[in-house]
Ligand binder design. Sequence first.
Ligand code: ADP
Length: 281
Amino acid sequence: MTTSVVSPVTPLTENIAVRARGLTKVYGTGDAQVTALDHVDVEFGKGQFTAIMGPSGSGKSTLMHLLAGLDSATSGQAWIGNTEITTLNDKALTNLRRDRIGFVFQQFNLLPMLTAEQNIVLPVELGGGKVDKAWFNQLAEVLDIKQRLGHRPSEMSGGQQQRVAIARALLSKPDVVFADEPTGNLDARSGAQVLDFLRRSVKELGSTIIMVTHDPAAASFANRVILLADGHIAGEIANPTAEAVLAGLDAVSGIRPTENAASSVVSTGSTTGNAFGGRNA
Ligand code: ADP
């Protein structure tokens, strides 16, 4: 008689960095009630650069805040890797954000009295961790800030400051980096450089980045665009070009989700020819 060997089942979530199921957020009560997110199901792959886009008020910030554990859901579930974050208490969420999530904001949020290097290592050192020097050097290399490490923020351009902020977000090797309008404070040229560095971080360092932006040209640097409309996922675009994103945005604006906007806007563009400086740049 032979013993059957059951091979371990590969979890479906193996390549998924962030996931939401039925994620819903309702603000206010009664007449003032707003459903900002309405049963959103979405997945973000590891080692992918995804942009979240949609008209103003479509729920982009709300989705990002819920996925990053910065705000609580009304109902539904969200996971970072295999950790369900929608059931964590405040302390566990604080630890999860510190250990497993990186943030890049429109305002660079660097401390003015510290050098670039001190800013980059600060969160890891405050958390009691040890800086991985080889990884630090690799980040400085890929983000092209080696010559700026001894400079204070006031001695750097906006683009350089944002690259320092990206290095700070990546130093702890987070499972995912959330970037909220990372080029919102930059001119078109520095914005394009920062986006190119974000893309390189994904390609060369294996980072996972989820970026909220209103700018089709910025979104065209991502591997994939998720389109939100009225608190629903209204479509997605693989390998987006700025033109494909604009067309997708036009298609979802004003369309009710029951009309199945998704099927009409799923398209594949090309990542080439995505010169920054599109309609909203
Ligand atoms: P976006 O980032 O796409 O502009 P938001 O996620 O900020 O959209 O907002 C989605 C909807 O939720 C909007 O109708 C907005 O007015 C509403 N909303 C967002 N935050 C709050 C809040 N704190 N209180 C009440 N309504 C809110």
